[in-house]
Design a protein around this ligand. Structure first.
Ligand SMILES: [Zn+2]
Length: 262
């Protein structure tokens, strides 16, 4: 597997990432399957708060592996606080993982249930100086994970991202994405699970405090179809649907998942 070509196909997929990225076989890898019966309710877990500046949104891009929205993180402009975190973490980007059909696509699995997609909001701890520095620290990064489920009352707030997808159909495309408050994507309930894990893409650094929201948000079949219409190839290559960009659950290796709710 060449260094630059990790992906989700049989020849460069999650089973082979460790060949170039040994951390992928580490002790604190993500995603995981969460089993309610093994979760520890922790009454000391407080609620989390996001305070996002819509003016921090910059661009949306297709990098051939996901669709990503990038935010200005040069100062404490859009931050996440509370819950299991100490201090404020800056929002850097959000992206999605999704499937080729509605029956799978999420990375975390809850009591055997896979959702159609999973949204990740990536924040970093500015006490480590910069994003690269934060990746080397156990408390460097905080990711809010939100499950997407296909339903009858789709969240209109997803519309903005899905509209802009028209402009980034192929790998390498990037378009302006201005004035957007990602907190409109949060579900009503703030209940969450938390555990220490990793990025779910190489090099799979183990620097993440995961905050996984219990309540999924709903999307429509049409909205899922839009995501699946992205191509993992460049403009001058044949279209190859960007789907199934999810890593399967990794071994828990003794880690405890805590829940903010009973
Ligand atoms: Zn992700």
């Amino acid at each position: 597997m060449a260094q630059s070509v990790w992906g989700y196909d049989s020849d460069n997929g999650p089973e082979r990432w460790h060949e170039n990225y040994p951390l992928a076989k580490g002790d604190k890898q993500s995603p995981i399957e969460i089993n309610s019966k093994d979760v520890q309710h922790d009454s000391s877990l407080s609620s989390w708060h996001a305070s996002y500046d819509p003016g921090a949104a910059k661009t949306i891009l297709n990098n051939g592996r996901t669709c990503r929205v990038v935010f200005d993180d040069t100062f404490d402009r859009s931050v996440l606080r509370g819950g299991p975190l100490s201090g404020a973490y800056r929002l850097r980007q959000l992206h999605l993982h999704w499937g080729s059909c509605d029956q799978h696509g999420s990375e975390h699995v809850i009591d055997g249930v896979k959702y159609a997609a999973e949204l990740h909001m990536v924040h970093w701890n500015p006490k480590h100086g910069n994003f690269a520095g934060a990746l080397k620290q156990p408390d460097g990064v905080a990711v809010v994970g939100i499950f997407l489920k296909v339903g009858q009352t789709p969240k209109p707030e997803m519309k903005r991202i899905l509209e802009e997808i028209e402009n980034i159909k192929t790998k390498g495309k990037e378009a302006p994405f201005l004035h957007f408050d990602p907190s409109i994507l949060f579900p009503k309930s703030r209940d969450y699970w938390t555990y220490h894990g990793s990025f779910t893409t190489p090099p799979c650094e183990e620097c993440i405090t995961w905050i996984l929201l219990r309540e999924p948000i709903e999307v429509s079949s049409d909205q899922m179809a839009k995501l699946r219409s992205l191509s993992k190839n460049s403009e001058n290559e044949p279209v190859s649907p960007l789907v199934d960009n999810w890593r399967p659950p990794q071994p828990l290796k003794g880690r405890i998942v805590r829940a903010s709710f009973k």
